[in-house]
Design a protein around this ligand. Structure first.
Ligand code: ADP
Ligand code: MG
Length: 356
């Protein structure tokens, strides 16, 4: 066998169809989400019988199929009825009172320009369009990214029993921050997306591999490494990115197979970029603490505090501990009790990698 047998010709590719690995690709089967999909359908159903629907707060960890389940139900609804209009709004992209209504108007064939028209006028336009419809279902995805939730008032007041609101967030405690007046008006129920188990992760990712790559390209132990990683992080999105990135890595090395080493490379690469992405959202003092932790292999709270103060920061130990708690909650650091120090409260702080 030639030494060069494993090498991919320049015009060959390992991917049969890499669009299968796009995040907005909607698979024909959404496995493992029967209960959740049923939950959404049941909340919308009363609209068909001119009855009041149930508003839902949909929550669950990132990357476990919330957006997919919504889009799946909405596609089905579009095909079933032209009297009930599903509208999907991402609050990260449309975060203000006005932009939400501009976006909403697009679902009724009356797109308004984002400037120069008052929000009231847009609302009147939408109201008119809905008059002869049975109802609308509005999903506000990533609702926690909205700068205000005031847009919900005209929707509740204006459309009453004709509107079904689906609020989606990765944070299960998000509702506790919502104004209690608004909450009681919403009369909302919870729909919690449970993490997938290992066989479910394996199923979902296997399907993507089969459609995205040519047969037998993805080696078994390489695939298992992807499943392991997705499973530990409880994140399908991470698994799908790994499939794509390890495939690209294998291609760049002109390999005819995707091997475990390519997956390992992709994991390292993704962890670094995720870490960078998450760092962007941190406050300056938090970044400073993480910088101080680099190159330390565990450091006592008091010593870290001294270093922090030496950089010119003037804060109390109490505040410093608060910063540390926040960093631990958002999984940037690990802490370990040492039993030493004041009231045995001293802890050892470790920098955490996304992958650990
Ligand atoms: N049951 C499933 N079957 C197929 N693909 C899935 C499934 N669950 C999640 N995915 C895929 O995983 C990725 C993340 O899902 P998404 O719905 O965006 O997560 P969330 O909105 O919960 O953060 C998407 O590419 C989605 O298509
Ligand atoms: Mg989502």
């Amino acid at each position: 066998m030639s030494l060069f047998n494993d090498i991919l010709a320049a015009d060959q590719t390992l991917f049969k169809d890499d669009t299968i690995l796009d995040f907005d690709y909607i698979p024909t089967i959404v496995s493992g989400r029967d209960d959740e999909i049923k939950g959404i359908v049941e909340s919308v159903k009363p609209l068909f019988f001119d009855k009041a629907p149930t508003n839902l707060f949909i929550t669950g960890l990132p990357g476990i199929g919330k957006t997919l389940a919504l889009k799946f139900v909405f596609n089905d609804l579009k095909q079933t009825s032209s009297d009930i209009i599903p509208c999907y709004i991402n609050c990260w992209k449309n975060s203000t009172y006005h932009s939400v209504f501009v976006e909403l108007s697009k679902f009724f064939g009356v797109p308004y320009p984002s400037k120069g028209v008052s929000t009231d006028e847009i609302i009147r336009g939408i109201t008119k369009k809905i008059e002869n419809k049975k109802g609308i279902v509005v999903a506000f995805d990533e609702i926690d990214k909205a700068r205000t939730m005031d847009f919900l008032y005209p929707l509740i007041d204006g459309f009453g029993r004709k509107i079904c609101l689906l609020l989606v967030s990765n944070y299960n405690n998000f509702l506790s921050k919502v104004d209690s007046r608004l909450l009681s008006r919403l009369n909302i129920e919870n729909l919690d997306f449970k993490p997938y188990n290992r066989p479910q992760f394996e199923n979902i990712l296997k399907e993507r591999v089969d459609y995205a790559f040519y047969p037998n390209v993805f080696e078994k132990d390489a695939f298992n490494t992807v499943v392991d990683k997705a499973c530990t992080k409880k994140d399908v999105r991470l698994g799908i990115s790994l499939l794509l990135k390890s495939g690209r890595r294998a291609e760049s090395e002109s390999s005819k197979k995707v091997k475990k080493e390519h997956v390992d490379f992709a994991i390292k690469n993704i962890e670094e970029s995720l870490q960078k992405d998450r760092m962007k959202d941190l406050e300056d003092h938090e970044k400073k603490i993480l910088d101080l932790l680099k190159g330390e292999n565990g450091i006592i709270t008091g010593d870290l505090y001294d270093k922090f103060v030496k950089t010119g920061e003037n804060i109390s130990m109490r505040t410093f501990r608060k910063y540390l708690n926040q960093l631990e909650r958002s999984e940037f650091i690990n802490t370990e009790d040492t039993g030493a120090g004041f009231r045995g409260k001293s802890r050892k702080i470790y920098l955490k990698n996304y992958g650990s």
